[in-house]
Design a protein around this ligand. Structure first.
Ligand code: NAD
Length: 376
């Protein structure tokens, strides 16, 4: 079978789904690889490097007409129309948030695998694009915050006086939150963090940050390894804590998400109005509505009281080389799973819970939603 790797058509997308170092691994699995010219340009991977890696080149039409298409973003209508019935699309399709997308791929007669539907179980870690992108994005969120914040992160004692360390508050200590905690701490900030899952307290503390607690909270996670929603009582206790933490913080990084739902709004306009002038919020949940009442996706908002709220939804893409490399490696791991004979033939084995979970349509039939998966 032939794998096609398009140049992403979204002008804001910098990443590419295969790199010169993942192409040979795809070839080793028995596939031919055809790359659209310029596909890796925005991530600093020139065509010459793909050619050396063994890829061939094709037009956008040829790439989208491949047996298997790997892309970072879902296809536009024009791109989808180029796919042949029976072909397989691997991309970020968001079926949990928008189940109606399944019909789109069913109508095209294709098999559609959604990378954002990989269950968070140990066996699937190596192909979990959401985790690898969240890790990079958490790093980048701190860099964005540092740039917007007019101060040093680290405290200093100088002949001209003392500079206190920046106070950073991180909301949600999943993959992105833990990455942000680590980086902010290593830059010298004093970091405090909250999560509805108390079991992450140990991880937060082991990174040298302070775990903020708000009394009894639900310790359960849903069967796919993601957090569940808070009860009304827990939310009220948490709201008081958010008001206090945000008032004292120089930088707030929010990462709270409940999978498949709009992001919970945790910081109200009132809380933000009480924050210090010059303080910065990086809201990583901007693409699903944001964790603050004032976040606007892909915008930088400066409030009347001088608080900057950054809502970039492309944080991983702001480090395009490494993001593409990890994305591409996750895809190689997925292809290893669905190419058991290493013969270039993709097989969707529904007895495999990872494959089953991420399949939205199979040969034109809607298979979404999948049965729940047990966390391991
Ligand atoms: P994750 O599921 O690993 O972590 C989310 C954490 O939030 C969990 O630990 C969960 O317990 C916690 N949480 C849920 N509800 C909460 C609440 N009400 N209060 C406090 N904590 C709560 O997710 P992740 O992979 O770390 O991603 C985090 C967010 O970052 C997601 O919204 C994701 O879409 C986003 N993200 C953004 C970018 C970007 O460019 N902006 C890139 C990658 C990921």
């Amino acid at each position: 079978m032939r794998i096609g790797v398009p140049r992403e058509s979204s002008p804001s997308e910098t990443r590419v789904a295969a790199t010169p170092s993942t192409v040979p691994q795809l070839l080793k699995l028995g596939y031919d690889v055809v790359v659209e010219r310029g596909a890796g340009e925005r991530a600093d991977f020139p065509d010459t490097a793909y050619a050396e890696a063994g890829a061939s080149f094709g037009t956008s039409q040829e790439v989208w007409a491949s047996d298997v298409v790997l892309s970072c973003n879902p296809p536009t209508d024009d791109e989808l129309a180029l796919m042949s019935p029976g072909a397989t699309l691997v991309s970020m399709l968001s079926p949990a948030l928008h189940p109606e997308v399944a019909e789109r791929y069913a109508d095209a007669g294709i098999s559609a695998l959604s990378l954002d539907a990989v269950p968070r179980i140990s066996r699937a870690q190596s192909l979990d694009v959401l985790s690898s992108m969240a890790n990079i994005a958490g790093y980048r969120a701190v860099i964005e915050a540092a740039q917007a914040y007019g101060g040093m992160f680290t405290g200093q004692v100088t002949a001209a006086g003392k500079v206190p360390p920046a106070q950073v508050f991180v909301v949600g200590a999943g993959v992105a939150g833990l990455a942000a905690i680590g980086i902010a701490g290593s830059m010298g900030a004093q970091v405090r963090a909250f999560d509805v899952r108390p079991e992450v307290g140990e991880q937060i503390e082991s990174m040298g940050a302070t775990f903020v607690e708000v009394g009894a909270v639900d310790t359960t996670v849903s069967s796919d390894g993601y957090a569940k929603e808070m009860s009304a009582d827990q939310a009220e206790l948490a709201a008081r804590m958010y008001a206090e933490e945000s008032r004292n913080a120089d930088i707030v990084i929010t990462t709270a998400q409940i999978r498949g739902k709009a992001a919970p709004i945790l910081l109200t306009a009132e809380m933000i109005a009480a924050m210090k002038p010059g303080s910065v919020i990086v809201d990583m949940a901007a693409s699903t509505g944001g964790n603050t009442a004032l976040t606007r996706a892909d915008e930088k908002v400066v409030t009347d009281n001088g608080v900057t709220i950054i809502g970039w939804t492309d944080l991983a893409g702001r480090l395009p080389r490494q993001a593409s490399q990890l994305f591409g490696t996750n895809l190689v791991n997925l292809l290893k799973l669905v190419t058991p004979a290493k013969d270039g033939q993709l097989v969707l084995d529904f007895d495999d819970e990872v494959v089953r979970s991420m399949t939205v349509t199979r040969k034109g039939a809607v298979t979404w939603p999948p049965p729940p998966v047990k966390v391991s």
